[in-house]
Ligand binder design. Structure first.
Ligand SMILES: [Zn+2]
Length: 288
């Protein structure tokens, strides 16, 4: 037993050291998106930042060990105080920094995101909990524009909000858009395949050619990128629906050579990224 305990703690140390080393090597890249809005990329979900005379508003915050680096990158844009910290949804790669940024600004999130943060296997500490919750829509009037949050219904999870910087013409879609990747539908957090696709279609209908879109993961995007993503979602869900109707097994669907045409969004069928996506489509569409 002693040996086992020693080995376990050694393994834990190795994991911790690896994680620390990983975060230590992360650099925060800043990109001007449009108007007041910037995008920050480090490790985890993309961050949106509004800077101006009222100070700083952030959307998502990656992981807690990166908080000081993120704060330094934001201070270069604007030395003003952080007033609002918006969360697109509850996942740790988007809210890990809440424990730091929640001490500085007011955290705003959907009510289900707050519920899940508080009831997770490792519940968020009080300072990391959203203070203001959104059920449907809300607006923050900040830095000369209306920043709208709207809940999109079950999709990636059951607590996602999309954020629209109305004057700057920028959307932050959280994980309702990953560019260009197959999305993750978190069924355990109330996710829904058809809801996910419907939301992407609704957002697409509201974009124009000037709209800039910050995806949850991946490169800064335009309406054309979102359309490509939506086309993929529609086509792949069509393939799986048809196959289910024809009585095909999950293994048969995964082996379909048709997946090769969406290689850009993930590895082709097999026990990799696309496998999880195909399973989500199969499980999510099969029950309807
Ligand atoms: Zn997520």
């Amino acid at each position: 037993m002693k040996t086992f305990a020693a080995l376990t703690s050694l393994a834990l140390c190795a994991v911790t050291a690896f994680a620390q080393q990983n975060y230590a090597s992360v650099e925060i890249k800043t990109t001007h998106v449009a108007g007041n809005v910037y995008m920050l990329e480090g490790s985890g979900g993309n961050i949106g930042v509004s800077v101006g005379p009222d100070g700083v508003l952030m959307v998502d915050n990656e992981f807690l060990p990166l908080a000081a680096k993120i704060e330094a990158a934001v201070a270069k844009l604007n030395p003003g105080p952080l007033k609002f910290m918006l969360n697109t949804h509850w996942h740790g790669d988007h809210t890990g920094g809440n424990a730091h940024f929640g001490k500085k600004g007011v955290i705003i999130a959907h009510q289900n995101a707050r519920l899940r943060l508080g009831s997770a296997a490792k519940p968020a500490p009080p300072e990391a909990m959203p203070v203001v919750t959104v059920n449907d829509t809300a607006s923050v009037h900040f830095n000369g524009e209306e920043i709208r949050l709207w809940h999109v219904g079950p999709g990636h999870t059951d607590g996602d909000v999309i954020i629209h910087f109305t004057k700057s013409g920028v959307l932050h879609m959280g994980d309702q858009f990953v560019n260009p990747r197959f999305p993750f539908i978190d069924f355990a957090s109330g996710g829904d395949v058809q809801g996910y696709i419907k939301t992407v279609g609704n957002v697409l209908a509201q974009c124009d050619d000037k709209t800039k879109i910050i995806p949850g993961h991946g490169a800064l995007a335009t309406k054309a990128d979102l359309k490509k993503f939506h086309d993929m979602l529609t086509a792949t869900s069509g393939v799986v629906k048809k196959a289910i109707a024809a009585g095909k097994s999950l293994a048969d669907i995964k082996a379909d050579p048709a997946w090769a045409q969406w290689k850009e969004f993930g590895a082709v069928a097999g026990p990799t990224g696309s496998s999880r996506y195909i399973e989500a489509l199969y499980n999510g569409l099969g029950k309807k």
